[in-house]
Design a protein around this ligand. Structure first.
Ligand code: 8YV
Length: 316
């Protein structure tokens, strides 16, 4: 039951049921995505909103925030903050809390899963068996993974978790990030092109910040060896998608495995015709265990904010 004393939160996009239930129990929840006229709704109720809950991939626009003068916190279901204008939230003193730490393993697991599935042609192999082709012929050979060179763009928590897993496959790790991490004994490459040119597999684990927009472009595909594979578990915005399509069609690189897209959930249809790309619907953190932990983390961040305690996942 809602009481007048419950803090008011604005939910920008649907989140999983367990989080919805927990939010409803503690807060008065306005659901923006259920409103037919969001402008009218924000005119009427924007002034009451004290905190915003959103997903990493959805964020919240500056336009919306400008209509929430009392909002003091954004709780993100995820770790990506690329869809939030952080300079504006900083200026306004709005806290931003993410689900820090809880999805690192899953994203790294999926990066390795994509790498193996794409290069070992697991989806094609499954199709081959199911359609009875195995009775008639042998499948084409795939690409070896163990002992190869893995380039990682972005060596934060997720990049490092991918590196740890890849070492179990006896892979040599190279990385590029803004700064060399002296705590790591992996080879740091000063720029993306030198990383790309030396990698048999290039995994993108960097943030989707404005400065990273489109950095995986035609020049990077040209720099990559012809036998190399690209894996993206970060954000679609890092890749120049038309350039990737051309690189795949013209076999400039061997192939790609993509969990994220520039305009997801829309995926350019031209990808569907290609045998050298593996496509996933942004599921890197989508396991029961991790989504529950993310829900708990959002609840903890909000509870801390409303009780004046330190926000565990605070980034600003
Ligand atoms: C989430 C994400 O899947 O953490 C992020 O930034 O993109 C993903 O983990 C997404 O926010 C949930 O829809």
């Amino acid at each position: 039951m809602h009481t007048n004393t419950q803090p008011v939160i604005l939910l920008i996009a649907p989140v999983m049921d367990v989080l919805q239930t927990s939010l409803d129990a503690s807060y008065r929840v306005f659901r923006l995505y259920e409103q037919t006229d969001t402008t009218e709704f924000l005119n009427r109720h924007g002034g009451e909103v004290q905190a915003v809950v959103t997903r990493g991939d959805t964020g919240v626009s500056r336009d919306i925030l400008e209509q929430l003068p009392q909002a003091g916190m954004i709780a993100v279901f995820g770790v990506g903050t690329d869809a939030i204008d952080l300079s504006y939230t900083r200026e306004r003193g709005i806290h931003v809390g993410i689900t820090a730490g809880v999805l690192t393993d899953d994203v790294a697991d999926l990066a390795m899963g994509l790498l193996l599935a794409a290069s070992r042609r697991l989806c094609q192999g499954d199709h081959f068996v199911r359609t009875g082709q195995w009775e008639k012929t042998a499948p084409p050979l795939a690409t070896k993974v163990s002992t190869k060179r893995l380039g990682i763009l972005g060596m934060g928590n997720i990049g490092q978790a991918i590196a740890r897993r890849a070492k179990g496959f006896d892979m040599t790790i190279l990385y590029h990030s803004r700064q060399r991490n002296d705590a790591l004994d992996d080879q740091w490459c000063e720029d993306l092109h030198s990383l790309a040119s030396q990698s048999d597999f290039l995994v993108i684990a960097a943030s989707g910040s404005a400065e990273n927009s489109g950095i995986i472009n035609a020049a990077v595909f040209e720099a990559m060896p012809e036998h190399a594979w690209l894996i993206n578990v970060a954000r679609g915005s890092l890749i120049d998608e038309p350039a990737l399509l051309r690189a795949l069609q013209e076999k400039v690189i061997a192939g790609a495995a993509l969990d994220v897209f520039e305009h997801e959930p829309h995926v350019p249809e031209a990808f569907f015709a290609l045998d050298n790309v593996l496509l996933q619907p942004h599921v890197a953190s989508a396991t029961v265990e991790t989504r529950q932990a993310m829900s708990q983390s959002v609840s903890d961040n909000l509870a801390a904010y409303f009780s004046g305690r330190a926000i565990p996942g605070l980034i600003q």
